[in-house]
Design a binder for this molecule. Structure first.
Ligand code: SF4
Length: 270
């Protein structure tokens, strides 16, 4: 099938972690793949694909005033290297590197910025590897039905007011309720991908905003809802974990650890 020259823009890490025979990945392993560190599939060996570009520019502010910018600058900063890869080539490269893995995580940046071409990639991958499980990670501000329906798990991380507070140019919450509801309503379609709502917790007032968002949404269960402490370093996590933990227990929300930070730190490409 010819896709008429469709391509995707990849961030510096691209497809990761992959390793050629006799070499090792940044995890120190001699095989391709790492663990999904967050959410319902935490601990599942997976390959990752990081797409370039984002429509947001998150800078969190903690209760103590500390500013925490986006932890994937390679996917959002204009001066970062970008690789443009034909969709057919990328599908082939992914298939060659999956090995025994059956979980692919597509992240960013914001993957839905490239949704049209991404849906073509997903179609090729589903045809090549019928039992492949695909997670797409998104900030929940953009919707594309075909891409969403071809996914197996849509991991939505809505960006609360705290994610904009440290950015002087954008002082408001980026939560887009109609888009979140579109994703949640996919449960009632034929393909019904699984959904998780993963709220990053950075400051006390996040609790009220999450409650207000949930009050306005439907078609989700408590199993789909996770609160995750902000932090790409153990130092930041030390201040946000107690906050997220208390919120989770107080509201009956599920606490979501960041396993990859504990295991690997904030290294790129693991
Ligand atoms: S939405 Fe995600 S990738 Fe985009 S700026 Fe925010 S944290 Fe970074």
């Amino acid at each position: 099938m010819s896709l008429g020259g469709k391509a995707l823009q990849l961030a510096r890490e691209g497809l990761f972690p992959v390793v050629s025979p006799g070499r090792r990945t940044a995890t120190g392993l001699a095989v391709s793949g790492t663990l999904q560190g967050e959410g319902k599939l935490a601990g599942v060996p997976s390959l990752f694909l990081r797409l370039y570009g984002c429509n947001l520019n998150c800078v969190w502010q903690l209760d103590n005033g500390t500013l925490c910018p986006c932890d994937t600058p390679s996917a959002i900063m204009p001066d970062m290297p970008v690789t443009t890869v034909a969709v057919e080539t990328l599908a082939q490269t992914i298939a060659e590197n999956m090995g025994i893995l059956r979980h692919l995580v597509i992240t960013g940046g914001e993957p839905f910025l490239q949704a049209q071409n991404l849906s073509q990639l997903l179609e090729l991958l589903k045809a090549a590897i019928p039992d492949l499980h695909i997670t797409i990670e998104t900030n929940g501000t953009l919707f594309h039905r075909r891409t969403a329906e071809l996914s197996d798990l849509i991991s939505i991380s809505p960006k609360l007011l705290s994610a904009a507070r440290g950015n002087p140019k954008k002082g408001k919450s980026a939560v887009c309720l109609p888009v979140l509801q579109e994703f949640l309503s996919l449960r009632y379609t034929n393909n019904h991908p699984d959904i998780q709502l993963k709220f990053v917790v950075a400051e006390t007032q996040d609790e009220r905003e999450i409650s207000e968002i949930l009050r306005q949404l439907h078609h989700f269960t408590s199993y789909d809802l996770l609160v995750m402490p902000l932090g790409a370093t153990p130092e930041v996590l030390a201040s946000t974990i107690p906050l997220a933990l208390e919120m989770a227990i107080r509201n009956g929300w599920r606490f979501c650890p960041r396993m990859h930070i504990t295991l690997f730190g904030n290294k790129e490409g693991v």
